[in-house]
Structure formats: C-alpha cells, structure tokens
Design a protein around this ligand. Structure first.
Ligand code: NAD
Length: 373
C-alpha cells in the first residue's frame, strides 16, 4: 500500500498528519510512505527527518500518485487527489455537517472518506480519537494564553511589597478540554471552579481540587446524551444555569468556555449582560469560537473588548501547539489503521462498529447514517 501525506492547505493550519515516528511504523507494516516537501515545516518536522524515517519526499502530484491511503488533518479538496488509486481512502477531519459539498465531491470521485471526528466514543477507540487528543492540548493552551493576556499573576504571592491575590478561574464545560484547563489553572496557582451539564463531571472536578458549581434544584437534569456527549438542555434548566452563572461569573478573573454539542452551533453560555458584571481587566477564553461561540460577541482570532473584559479565542486552537498536536494526531491515525491491519492482505479491514461510524462515502455514494438520517 502507498500512504501519502500532503501539506495542509487550510488557512491557519500548522499541523501535519504524520510524524517520523508514525512513518517508520507504517513502513514496518509493509507500506510505502510519501510526504509532500515542506509538509512538516510549521510543526518543526523537516523533510530530512521524514526521509530519514524512510519516506519519499516529493511534490504533491508525485506524493498522491497511486496512493491507496491519504492521511490528513483537514480533508484536502478532491482536486488535489487527482492520480490517487481508485477508491483510495482518505482519513482526516471532514467537518461533515457543515461541509456537505466536500463530502459529495468525495463520493462523486469514488474515494472512501473516513471522518476522524466521527470516531465512536468507545474504550477501544480512545487511542484513535483525534477530538480527545486535540481537545486536551486546547484546554491547556486556553489557560496559558489567558494567563499571558491577563494583566495580573495567577498564584497568590506574599511579597515584602504586599500580597498579590490568586486569580479566580472558572471553567465552563468539563469534557476533555475542560479537565485539562482545570488541571493547568490549578498548576499555575489559580483558585479554580467549574461547571457542566453532565452531573458525572462533578466528581471529576472535585478530584482535581476545584470547586463544582452546579444547578441542583431543577428536576430532570441529566445532560448526558449518547456516547458521553451533552444534549440540548430544557428552557427551565437554561434559565437556572444562567442565574447561577451570573452570580458566579461576576467574581471571576478568568473564564474558559468549552461547551460543544456535535452537529449544532455551540450553546451561548455567557451573555453580554453577564460580561458587564465582570471586573475590568478580566479575560474570557472561548474555545468554541469556531462553532459559533459560547460567549456573546466572541470572534475567532480576535481580541474583543466588552465592558473592560477581553474576550479571546482561536479559530483553531491545537494549531497553536503544532508539534505536539501533530505528533498526537499522527499517532491517532496510526492507532486507527494499524488496529485493523490484515497482515496477509497487507491492508486495513475496518470492522462494522468503527467502519460504519467513520465512513462517509463509499462506491460513489454518501453512506453515513448520521448524514443520511
Ligand atoms: P465536548 O467537546 O462534546 O463538550 C465539552 C463539554 O461541554 C462537555 O463536558 C459537555 O457536557 C459540556 N457542555 C455542553 N453543553 C453545555 C452547557 N450548556 N453548559 C455547560 N457545559 C456544557 O465533550 P468532550 O470533551 O468530547 O467529552 C465529553 C465526554 O465524553 C467526557 O466524559 C469524555 O471523557 C468522554 N469521551 C470519551 C471518549 C472515548 O471513550 N473514546 C472519547 C472522547 C470523550
């Protein structure tokens, strides 16, 4: 099998879908590996490092020619894949709910699109899950960047000139990113609190030494839907949450929002009126800006100042930690394909549970039930 990795074309994308480590591992499985020249440049991986690992390094056309599998971070436009083998697999992020035309184009071209964001949340797929590996880094970066923008220190400091108070840091949404944000803020010495709609997170928050802020008095609240994802909450719950958040938020210095609902716009967790109650100089980092934002008025890659509060958020947070994000994404790709490697056939054979979940197109048609249903 020939496996190919192209340089990412999307604006602001700095990651790359293979590392020298995964190139070696794929070659050890009996494959040929080709990488486009310069593909790793923004993730601190040189062409020489890929070549030393055994990859051929060439231009895009030569890399794609006769490729059986193309690995990507963000799925390339179909035009870039001209010359790839018939029915080639392309494993990458497809953003399938918003990029319907891209998915259609893959179907039309006869490629098999494998959407890494549709990896099921089951134990055996954990090592293949790019949403987890990338969210963890995003949670870390959101705190580090906020600490940089915040004009005060995070830890309490008792100095000869007087005491510096610890920053109060509030994390909204305690999934993979939120848990890492709590841990990072704690390590930096902040006083940390957190909230989520899934009551299972309460214990996790407390086990990290943070304070859990929860709506307790609304009947029937259990925000957990299938696969550990949050569900859309009732109006009664939303009102109770807004009240609780309003009271709490006014006392915070840093707020990190991480709430996402798959296939829908991110829920708005902080309104303009709530921002107005915060202290001058506070910072809000919105990790959901690319999905519409958890904070009223937040804009990807912009610093919006409202009522003296800086509202920030990256369009693509993991791209700001390109080297680690690439290394983990590349391992997710390897863990995914190698788990299904049929040594005799010399190629991967996906099983139904994971294959049906991630496969968007096959034999000229869109085949994923989340898109067709
Ligand atoms: P996510 O990115 O989908 O959402 C982030 C967090 O925001 C979630 O905790 C969610 O409950 C919360 N949220 C949504 N709406 C909210 C609202 N209105 N107010 C407050 N919070 C809100 O979540 P995630 O990081 O992918 O993780 C969700 C769960 O799935 C976690 O328990 C995680 O451990 C689990 N998970 C399991 C696997 C696996 O087993 N392979 C993989 C990934 C995640």
């Amino acid at each position: 099998m020939k496996i190919a990795v192209l340089k990412e074309r999307a604006a602001g994308e700095t990651r790359v879908a293979a590392s020298p480590e995964t190139v070696k591992k794929f070659i050890a499985l009996g494959n040929e590996f080709a990488v486009e020249a310069g593909a790793g440049a923004s993730a601190a991986i040189t062409d020489e490092a890929y070549a030393e690992a055994g990859a051929s390094v060439a231009d895009a056309k030569a890399v794609v020619k006769d490729a059986d599998i193309v690995l990507g971070i963000q799925a390339p436009e179909v035009t870039l894949l001209k010359g790839a083998a018939k029915g080639a697999w392309v494993a990458a992020l497809f953003d399938p709910f918003s990029k319907k035309d891209l998915v259609e184009a893959y179907a039309k071209a006869g490629f098999e699109a494998l959407s890494m964001e549709f990896m099921p949340r089951i134990t055996r797929a954990q090592s293949m899950d790019v949403l987890s590996s990338q969210s963890n880094l995003s949670g870390y970066k959101s705190v580090i960047h906020s600490a940089d923008v915040y004009g005060r220190a995070f830890p309490m400091m008792m100095t000869a000139a007087g005491t510096v108070q610890a920053a109060r840091c509030f994390i909204m949404g305690v999934g993979v990113a939120g848990l890492q944000a709590i841990a990072t803020a704690k390590r930096l010495g902040a006083q940390v609190s957190a909230t989520d709609v899934r009551s299972a997170t309460k214990e996790q928050i407390q086990s990290l030494g943070a304070k859990a802020i929860f709506v307790e008095d609304v009947a029937g609240i259990e925000g957990e839907g299938s696969g550990g994802y949050a569900t859309e909450m009732s109006d009664e719950y939303k009102a109770a949450q807004a009240k609780l958040v309003s009271e709490h938020i006014a006392k915070q210095d840093i707020v990190i929002t991480t709430a996402l609902i798959p296939g829908r716009a991110a829920p708005v967790l902080i309104t303009d009126a709530q921002i107005a109650t915060m202290k001058e100089g506070s910072v809000i980092f919105d990790l959901a800006t690319a999905q519409g934002g958890n904070v009223e008025g937040s804009k990807p890659d912009e610093v919006v100042v409202k009522h003296g509060v800086k509202i920030i958020g990256y369009a693509n947070t993991p791209a700001h930690l390109a080297a680690d994000a690439s290394a983990l994404f590349a391992r997710n790709h390897f863990n995914f394909l190698s788990a299904f490697w049929d040594k005799e056939a010399g190629k991967p054979e996906l099983d139904d549970e994971i294959g049906d979940a991630v496969r968007l197109t096959k034999n000229g048609a869109v085949v994923n039930e989340r898109l067709n249903g």
